[in-house]
Design a protein around this ligand. Structure first.
Ligand code: IVH
Length: 696
């Protein structure tokens, strides 16, 4: 295939994949099967690997995220991004309608009501149809340039629909490329809300907990935390979505929209996802009815909503009504009362988790809230209690944050009697009395706010580790839940997971509420667990940042757990999905002599440390003595598969390019490693070249 033919096919594939992305991510109406889609996508990757000059930042292959950034650059919005005034009652709403009417005496008013999406506001700039700049609101005038992160959000079109390519950037908004379809404006800024669905949030938090990381408090925090990531590849893994509801600026449109309703129609045609439920109202009564209807149905939406936004429909009327210093006078947010209840805060206990994290928990007088009785709620961390001045004996307002985990949101100060007792966060671990520290923010989201118990022998941590080891996703030992773990530890039978393997039937059957049969089941489970695959053992050890997915990736790279622990950061990061943070966490874990001893004891107990996922290397093969560096996405082989093939043929795979590298295998999105290889004058091959070498 010549470059010209490649270019033509590339354009066809991009166009076709975009169409399917739109059908899937925006309309939620997929037109082809996943396999057919994958076929197109892989063809595109193969083509871009053959002709890297065809790769552009808006190619569908670039949605997986590019190189990490050092910082976000500031970007000025063409039109400031204002906020909205809030109302909380029907009265206030009617007052708002009258106020607007006073600016437009005698005029008929019509309104659009939309859900108020609880996410993060962003501004998206399109120049000649191309997405060139995406930014946070920031201070309203200047936001952060988060274009690279937003490119990973599948429902944000890389190009407006039916428009050929052009270039641009946050810094410049001059014309670039050519105008195409008559409807496509030369310059467009739209505003919307990036959010995480409720389901996406649950999944993300479950993964974070399993990897020993601090969960996000609610979907909005999770979306905000994701967009603040400097590494777009991490953002690409977060299930972010967008709804676009506003226009910042438009130039060169054939027929600029004259109302919110027209604008929503236009941006929908241009390929954006817009709020599905909107109401067109022509009176205050209709507004009240629409707001009530939205409240009835919003819990079924896949995303969180915290209100309704009421906007004057006509843009001409908006202009007459104008803005205050902070917000438009022609729109208002009607906030629904969150599902809240008031109750007495009897006590504050502090839970110690598997990683030693201390979490304050409110012990409450039981109260019914949104479908269930609540007697405990999270208080997040010490700073939260201090900021809200929450005291024991206070009447507090609790709320279902993210409609799942109840949280204390406020103190009802009018109910204070003066007898309430301020809470002193424990200066030592409540379980074992050891030193606690909040020096290090060891996981994203807990930058120095989380206290951790520093004693690895803390019974609460041991309990957490035992429970984690026995969990279904790890060693899958039936019966190893919290109650049994507690008893095993308090009776002194178990101090670490290796102790489980010397338990006798009489030990376990002798525990309270433990019959012989349950004891037998539990011990049977322990016996069976000895044969589990290496990745389960590794995951079960509960090393910070090593979730099940990472453990599997490591299982594919290393034949045994001993080999894995004998490796340094460089060898570890040569594995797919393993970055510096994970590698360092593993090295640090292994640096502790007690952990090494634990591993030895597990081995002597007969626990399998071999990986079934690993494919053995052959010595003296076709590639013996040759060092390879893999970079970018290969058309057919996953990076790990390529590594296994190289190693099977006797070659070595390294993660960094140096003079000693014999071959650099470059695929799509190859970045700095490829640049370095070119500078050093190394041999650069593609996947086909690699396969040829392997055949020899
Ligand atoms: S219109 C000048 N519409 O709520 C008009 N905002 O509390 C500004 N929001 O900053 C926004 N859903 O981040 C609008 N349907 C919607 C919205 C919405 C969520 C957010 C937006 C805004 C904030 C104001």
């Amino acid at each position: 295939m010549t470059l010209n033919e490649g270019r033509q096919r590339h354009a066809q594939l991009v166009e076709e994949i975009r169409r399917h992305d739109y059908a899937y991510y925006v309309l939620a109406q997929p037109a082809i099967s996943d396999q057919e889609y994958d076929r197109l996508y892989h063809e595109l990757i193969a083509l871009e690997s053959k002709f890297p000059e065809l790769i552009s930042s808006d190619s569908p292959t670039q949605r997986v995220g590019g190189q990490p950034l050092k910082e976000f650059k500031p970007v000025r919005h063409l039109v400031p991004m204002t906020s909205l005034d809030n109302t909380y009652s029907q009265e206030d709403l009617l007052e708002f309608v009258h106020r607007v009417q006073r600016f437009l005496p005698g005029e008929a008013l019509d309104w659009i009501v939309e859900p108020k999406i609880d996410g993060v506001a962003v501004n998206l700039r399109y120049q000649n149809g191309n997405f060139t700049c995406g930014a946070t609101r920031g201070d309203g005038a200047i936001g952060d340039d988060i274009t690279a992160n937003l490119r990973t959000v599948r429902s944000i079109p890389a190009r407006l629909r039916s428009q050929p390519g052009a270039a641009g950037g946050c810094g410049k908004h001059t014309d670039a490329g050519q105008a195409g379809h008559e409807e496509i404006p030369s310059l467009l800024e739209v505003r919307g809300e990036v959010y995480l669905t409720k389901a996406g949030f649950e999944k993300l938090n479950a993964e974070r907990k399993a990897a020993g990381e601090e969960p996000f408090a609610n979907p909005r925090n999770a979306a905000a935390g994701s967009l603040k990531q400097l590494d777009p590849r991490i953002v690409a893994k977060r299930p972010l979505d967008i709804l676009v509801y506003g226009l910042g600026h438009i130039e060169g449109a054939a027929r600029p929209p004259e109302s919110q309703a027209e604008m929503l129609e236009l941006i929908k045609r241009l390929g954006f996802k817009t709020p599905g439920n909107t109401w067109h109202c022509r009176s205050a009564e209709q507004l009240v009815a629409a707001i009530a209807e939205l409240d009835r149905i919003r819990r079924k939406f896949p995303y969180e909503t915290d209100g309704a936004v009421i906007k004057l429909n006509s843009f001409a009327q908006r202009e007459q009504v104008g803005f205050t210093s902070k917000a438009p006078r022609w729109a208002i947010a009607y906030k629904y009362a969150a599902e809240q209840a008031e109750t007495l805060l009897r006590a504050i206990t502090v839970q110690v988790g598997r990683t030693g994290a201390l979490t304050p928990v409110a012990e409450l007088d039981p109260v019914f809230l949104a479908g269930s009785t609540i007697s405990r709620a999270t208080l997040h961390n010490e700073d939260y209690i201090r900021q809200k001045d929450i005291r024991i004996g206070d009447t507090v307002t609790i709320q279902k944050a993210g409609e799942v985990i109840p949280a204390v949101v406020d103190v009802v100060l009018t109910r204070r009697t003066g007898k309430e007792i301020p809470f002193r966060f424990p200066q030592s671990c409540p379980e074992c009395g050891s030193k606690v520290s909040r020096a290090a923010g060891i996981a994203e989201g807990d930058e120095g706010v989380v206290w951790r118990c520093l004693n690895p022998d803390c019974p609460a941590q041991i309990r957490g580790r035992i429970e984690h080891w026995c969990a279904r996703g790890a060693m899958d030992i039936e019966g190893g839940g919290e109650a049994l773990a507690r008893q095993l530890i308090s009776s002194g039978l178990v101090r670490d997971v290796a102790d489980l393997y010397s338990l006798k039937l009489s030990d376990v059957a002798g525990l309270e509420r433990m019959g012989e049969k349950s004891a037998q089941t539990f011990l049977g489970g322990i016996g069976e667990s000895k044969g589990r695959d290496m990745w389960r053992v590794l995951y079960g050890l509960g090393i910070l940042h090593v979730g099940a997915g990472v453990a599997k990736a490591l299982g594919r790279c290393f034949p045994t757990l001993e080999d894995l622990f004998a490796s340094g950061v460089e060898q570890l990061t040569a594995c797919e999905e393993v970055g510096d943070v994970i590698a360092q966490s593993i090295v640090q874990w292994n640096g502790d002599a007690r952990n090494r001893k634990l591993l030895e004891r597990l081995k002597s107990a007969g626990v399998n440390l071999k990986s079934e996922l690993f494919r053995p290397k052959a010595k003296g093969g076709a590639l013996a003595g040759k060092t390879f560096v893999l970079t970018g996405t290969l058309p057919k082989l996953k990076r790990e598969e390529a590594a296994v093939k190289i190693e099977t043929a006797g070659g070595r795979v390294s993660s960094s390019v140096s003079k000693k590298t014999d071959y650099v295998v470059a695929g799509a999105e190859a970045g700095s490693k490829l640049d370095k290889a070119q500078k050093l004058g190394l041999t650069i091959i593609d996947e086909a070249g690699l396969l040829k070498l392997l055949e020899q």
